[in-house]
Design a protein around this ligand. Structure first.
Ligand SMILES: [Zn+2]
Ligand SMILES: [Zn+2]
Length: 346
């Protein structure tokens, strides 16, 4: 089978590799049909993943956002799984023993392993994985099925932010995750305002059901968000940028008892007025991947919204052109929303 292997920093090559063979008990073999590429792939490829995120370990087959078909089932798999079924893959393995695992938050496991980061991922002809990692998904387009993973991060974000019907939610950043957050918050019955530097991205946010605002600096944005939400500010903010000015604006604009949800990853540092946390009793909540329950919810959201999620897929490449696809995505950030790499037919 073919595999796109990231051999060292900045170098991906197509190579032949042996098939994974027959699945063991509780394992399935999956043929990846579509693999989404995201910012963490760029960081891994560039050798920039922090040690806290597991670092960049080479050689590695990347691809953590993927869907495919089951080609073989081992013994002791759950009865709802069958050969030829399309599945979305939940990429996270947790250790089960550490403090976050013990309290039911395996997505923040201190020893977690992500398929496509710590284990070989979707950019290959077949891979074996545990049956717990696969979720049957009823959509016709495998590229849309692969959106279950980015949608799962948005599910986690709205769950962390306790978004409810009627809430006003301001979302900073209209990249793929920000767009999915807009969609999810709308699904919950919230009113959503998306903020971004680029009007072209905001046009897509309007399709997701959000109202939109172009970023014009901290003070102007805080004033405009308050005009939209009422003078108290919105109760929920989600930052999907990781940019310090956006995070600061989120904290400043929220209402008392509000929830600030941090999804965008970065090493940036943000000056925060401590009083904004105490006076308003804000919850400042991080998001790290998602749990299995969030992923199941994401699969249902994808099944209910295939047309909208297809709008987020801006470019598709075949597996043989995976190195070019990654380079294209990294060097065209304004043009690219979601790049998807399609697996070879079997
Ligand atoms: Zn991703
Ligand atoms: Zn753990």
């Amino acid at each position: 089978m073919r595999a796109a292997v990231t051999e060292k920093v900045g170098a991906m090559a197509l190579v032949d590799r042996p098939d994974p063979g027959e699945p063991g008990p509780g394992e399935v073999v999956v043929h990846p049909e579509a693999v989404g590429i995201c910012g963490s792939d760029y960081h891994f490829f560039a050798g920039e993943l922090s040690d806290a995120a597991g670092g960049s370990q080479f050689p590695r087959v990347q691809g953590h956002e993927f869907a495919g078909r089951i080609t073989a089932l081992g013994a002791e798999c759950r009865p709802e799984l069958s050969v030829d079924q399309r599945v979305a893959v939940y990429p996270l393995h947790a250790c089960g023993h550490c403090y976050p695992c013990r309290i039911g938050r395996p997505n923040t496991c201190d020893n977690f392993q992500l398929i496509g980061i710590h284990l070989d991922g979707g950019l290959q002809g077949r891979l074996a994985t545990g049956q717990d990692q696969v979720f049957p998904i009823g959509v016709d387009d495998p590229a849309v099925a692969a959106m279950a993973e980015p949608v799962s991060i948005a599910v986690r974000a709205v769950n962390r932010g306790r978004v409810q019907a009627g809430d006003r939610v301001v979302v900073f950043g209209a990249g793929p995750i920000g767009q999915c957050v807009c969609l999810l918050a709308r699904e919950r019955g919230a009113e959503v305002l998306a903020v971004d530097l680029q009007e072209s991205r905001l046009a897509l946010s309007r399709e997701m059901g959000a109202q939109t605002l172009v970023w014009r600096g901290h003070d102007a944005v805080v004033a405009a968000v308050r005009e939209w939400s009422g003078p108290d500010g919105p109760p929920v903010g989600v930052d999907a940028t990781g940019a310090a000015p956006a995070v600061r604006a989120m904290l400043d604009v929220l209402s008392s008892a509000g929830r600030a949800v941090q999804v965008g990853m970065s090493n940036a540092e943000v000056p925060v007025r401590i009083g904004s946390l105490t006076e308003k009793e804000l919850d400042f909540l991080g998001v790290s991947c998602c749990g299995g329950g969030d992923f199941a919810e994401a699969v249902a959201v994808v099944e209910a919204n295939p047309g909208l999620l297809a709008r987020l897929i801006s470019h598709q490449f075949p597996l043989e052109r995976a190195p070019e696809a990654l380079r294209f995505a990294m060097s065209n950030p304004t043009e690219v929303m979601k790049v998807v790499i399609l697996g070879e037919g079997l």
